[in-house]
Every structure is written in structure tokens, then in C-alpha cells.
Ligand binder design. Structure first.
Ligand SMILES: C[S@@+](CC[C@H](N)C(=O)[O-])C[C@H]1O[C@@H](n2cnc3c(N)ncnc32)[C@H](O)[C@@H]1O
Length: 474
């Protein structure tokens, strides 16, 4: 990253300016950036067009009305003096002058991002901004992380013997938060944006407003919640705008990876200025395994009445649904709400499902993401085979529930990533896709009844479900 070929035609130093803009404006992905900048204009088609062209601006000069509106919005969002700085100036300036156009209090942050990029340090994660000589105290305030002890994570060695690697390992490495940010920004892996935009659609809906107005939750608990801070922001903005909301909101992020947890908490603190009313929010982390929650969590979480639980990003598809709902029911009460995101195969012909789902995992960005875990598996197995060769022979298949133990929900299909080592098939990862009605009936067995369901405007297969717990079932 230290020397960058420049094109005379594209935006100068775009590979530096783009991460600076994301960091200063509080965007996790490029779509977040476009949406934050165009916030006054809620036209999602226009956002899509700007997003497509933004990715080409390294080599192509921005043209047209959409680009002009975006660049003008960018000048304002960056806090530049709109009387003296224009979109064209942002395009043409070399990075140092670009930083000079920013308000003085933002220039050091921008220099830090560029410094990290120049030294090849990943700057995508707020964790990389924490000085190594101590804990960074944000806004003079320390944020608690509670520990809900739920036993050790199964080691890679045990997983290798059992033939299945515990999916939590993908997030337990110190680099995981950065690797996750890189994956969600990859064009080939648009799920993060599909989910976030669907969440926005859900919280903009009438059934959502009716449900929260009647349950009046002022506590939200995001299960497996690390690594999705702009989804947290969508939910926080929606809750904070509810007229019933008291003077405090309790917002918990629950995650097994302290790296993912800290990354989200630091990001939200750093970007708190982008959330009106954030001073009302008690942001706390809980280090716990969401599959092993106990009744000890129930009382503290319900101190202020009903709770909204969330499990977004399709993570339900990586775990046993039965184990998840049993665990959730130990920590929840009747009247609580649940936002659950899942990728579906509703109405999808099986050939299309095969092609699109396998294609999503069969690309270099995804292989880069699984690399540290595959490397650990190879070390444990004592293999000397090169990691790149091994990654190339990871098998990706789509299999019906019933043929595998990946899902407890009837008629679902699971992507299974397997690797053969010394003649033995090791399951590296499973990710399940559902038929909506089957998932909804399955949740009802545990007392969770569907209140509403929305498809992502970016991908109709990707859905957000809103449930309310009405009785404890089976
Ligand atoms: C796919 S990532 C991020 C999902 C994110 N909430 C979203 O909406 O995009 C999954 C997250 O779940 C966490 N996780 C996975 N299994 C978990 C478990 N059993 N208990 C708690 N956290 C878990 C990982 O550490 C990681 O931060």
C-alpha cells in the first residue's frame, strides 16, 4: 500500500480518501457511507447507482447528477467549510491537501487512518486505534463488559477429532475483527448490507412501531452481536425516536469474541455523534456463549421491562436452532420481542440456489477469511501442505437438512464447507438457508410468534423476522 499507481482520470488517492471518509463519517461498509451521505435523499435506487460508480472512482472520474449530489453531500458530512470547499476539490486534491480541507479537529484522525494504510496496518477496525500501551478511555467514560461464564470453547484439536470445527473459532483470533470488516466490505459478500437495509425496512414499518409501542422495550440485547455496529446504529436510532422511550436505553452486545465485542463497542462510542440522543444509551458488552445462556441473565436483562433480542446477519444459520431457542428461552420472558435475520430459499429453484449460494462462498475474499482457521487445522493435523493449495480444495456443497446435522428446521438447505485431511472429511463451516414458513413454525414451537416479516430491498431472499414471545412451548 505504500506506493499507489495514480490514474489521471479517477479520484486522486481514492484508496486513501475512501477509508478516511468511512472512518470520519461512521460507515462500516461503502453502502453505509453512501447512505449516510445521502441521508436526506432516501432513494435507495440512487444509493445503489452511486455505490456502483463509487467502486470505479479510482480509475474513472465521477460524472453525472448522482455523483455530484453525493460529492456535495460528502463535503457537508465531512464538516468541510461549504463556502470554500467543493466536491471537485475533494476529487482533485492529493491526500495531504484533502486532509487540510477537513475541520482541524478531524485532521488527526484522518492522518491516523492514512498512516495505518501507509504502514500496511489494517485500519478498518477501531481496535487498531487503541494504543498498545493502555486502554483508551472514551469520552472520559469506561464501558463495562460483563462476563457470563459458559465454559470453554472447543479446541481446534478436539474439533479435528470430532470431524467438525467449532464456528466460533472464526472470530476468536486477534485479527478477526479486521478480517470480518474486510469480508463485509468485499463486493462478492453483500450479506451485511442486505441485512442492514432489511433491518432499516423493518424498523420503518408500521407493525414494528405498533409492537414496540405496545411492549415498550427500553433494553435491547444483540446476540452474537459483534461486528455489526451500523446495524446497532439502525436499531438505536429507531428506539431513540420512540416517544415512549424513558431517559435511559440499555443496549447490550453479547458475543463470544472479545475482539468482535470491543470492536463494535469502540466503533459505536467513536461514532456516537452520528446517533441523536446517544447520551441516553447505556452501552454494555456481555462476553457469553449465546447457545449456553442461563436463567441468571434473565433478571438483570429485565430490570427495565420487556427486552428486544436480536440475532442478525444470518448467524442463526451457523448454529443448531434448537440449542439457540432453548438458550434464548432461559434468558427471555413472555412479551419480549425478537428480531431474527435469515437468508431464505423461498421460491428459489434448486439450480439457482446451488449456483448463487455456492458462488457466494467460492471466491477469494471468503477463502481469505477462513484462512487462519484452516491454517490452525493444518497445524493440528501436522500437515505440511501449502495453505493456498488446501484452500483451493475446500469443498462447498449445498445439502438438504436431514442429510446433515447442520439444521433442525425441516426443508432447510445448508451450505457445508468440508476439507479432507488424511482421508477424513472435516466440516469447516455450515450455513443454513430456510423456507420462511418452516422457520416461523419452528420458532412457534418455542413460544415465539411471528409479528412481521420483511424482505431486504437489496435481495428478496434475505429477510428480517419480528417475533413476540407469547408462551413457552414444548
Ligand atoms: C457473522 S458474525 C457477525 C454477525 C453480526 N451480528 C451481524 O449482524 O452481521 C458472527 C458473530 O457471532 C459471534 N458468535 C458466534 N458464535 C457465537 C456464540 N455461540 N455465542 C456468542 N457469540 C457468537 C462471533 O464472535 C461473531 O462476532
Amino acid at each position: 500500500m505504500s506506493t499507489r499507481p495514480q490514474s489521471e482520470r479517477g479520484i486522486r488517492d481514492w484508496d486513501w480518501k475512501l477509508p478516511v471518509c468511512r472512518a470520519l463519517i461512521g460507515a462500516f461498509t461503502d453502502r453505509d457511507l453512501v447512505e449516510e451521505v445521502l441521508s436526506r435523499n432516501k432513494d435507495s435506487e440512487m444509493a445503489g447507482r452511486v455505490l456502483d460508480s463509487l467502486r470505479k472512482w479510482r480509475t474513472h472520474r465521477p460524472t453525472g447528477r448522482d455523483a455530484k449530489e453525493f460529492l456535495e453531500g460528502l463535503v457537508g458530512k465531512l464538516g468541510c467549510n461549504e463556502d470554500t470547499v467543493t466536491g471537485a476539490m475533494l476529487i482533485d486534491a492529493p491526500i495531504d491537501r484533502f486532509i487540510g480541507y477537513l475541520p482541524p479537529e478531524r485532521q488527526q484522525d484522518a492522518r491516523d487512518v492514512v498512516g495505518d494504510l501507509r504502514s500496511n496496518e489494517p485500519s478498518s477496525s477501531p481496535l487498531s486505534r487503541v494504543p498498545s500501551n493502555g486502554i483508551r478511555v472514551l469520552d472520559g467514560d469506561l464501558k463495562p463488559i460483563w462476563v457470563h461464564t459458559t465454559g470453554p470453547v472447543e479446541s481446534v484439536a478436539t474439533g479435528l477429532r470430532a470431524g467438525k470445527i467449532d464456528q466460533r473459532h472464526y472470530y476468536l483470533d486477534p485479527g478477526s475483527a479486521n478480517e470480518w470488516s474486510a469480508l463485509v466490505r468485499a463486493e462478492a459478500y453483500p450479506t451485511y448490507d442486505h441485512c442492514k437495509v432489511a433491518l432499516q425496512t423493518l424498523v420503518d414499518s408500521e407493525p414494528w412501531n405498533r409492537s414496540v409501542t405496545s411492549a415498550r422495550p427500553s433494553t435491547a440485547v444483540m446476540l452474537t452481536g459483534g461486528g455489526a455496529p451500523t446495524k446497532d446504529r439502525v436499531l438505536l436510532r429507531s428506539l431513540l425516536s420512540q416517544p415512549y422511550i424513558p431517559h435511559r436505553i440499555h443496549y447490550y452486545i453479547v458475543d463470544i469474541s472479545v475482539y468482535m465485542l470491543l470492536d463494535s463497542m469502540l466503533w459505536l462510542e467513536q461514532q456516537s455523534g452520528t446517533i441523536d440522543g446517544f447520551e441516553k444509551v447505556n452501552l454494555e458488552g456481555i462476553w457469553a456463549d449465546v447457545l449456553k445462556m442461563t436463567g441468571r441473565l434473565k433478571v438483570p436483562l429485565h430490570q427495565n421491562g420487556n427486552v428486544i433480542f436480536g440475532v442478525t446477519g444470518g448467524t442463526i444459520g451457523n448454529v443448531s436452532e434448537a440449542t439457540f431457542f432453548n438458550s434464548l428461552n432461559r434468558a427471555s420472558e413472555n412479551g419480549d420481542l425478537l428480531i431474527l435475520s435469515a437468508d431464505t430459499i423461498d421460491g428459489l429453484p434448486s439450480a439457482t440456489a446451488q449456483r448463487t449460494l455456492i458462488g457466494k462462498y467460492n471466491h477469494p475474499d471468503f477463502r481469505r477469511w477462513i484462512r487462519p482457521v484452516v491454517k490452525a487445522v493444518l497445524n493440528e493435523a501436522g500437515s505440511t501442505e501449502s495453505i493456498d493449495q488446501v484452500l483451493d480444495r475446500v469443498k462447498i456443497t449445498l445439502r438438504p437438512a436431514g442429510e446433515t446435522h447442520a439444521s433442525d428446521v425441516t426443508r432447510s438447505q445448508s451450505i457445508i464447507l468440508t476439507l479432507e485431511i488424511a482421508g477424513k472429511q472435516i466440516i469447516l463451516l455450515t450455513s443454513t438457508r430456510y423456507e420462511s414458513d418452516q422457520l416461523v413454525s419452528y420458532a412457534a414451537n418455542f413460544g415465539w410468534h411471528r409479528v412481521h416479516e420483511v424482505a431486504s430491498p437489496l435481495n428478496v431472499q434475505y429477510k428480517q423476522f419480528l417475533f413476540r414471545r407469547e408462551r413457552v412451548g414444548i
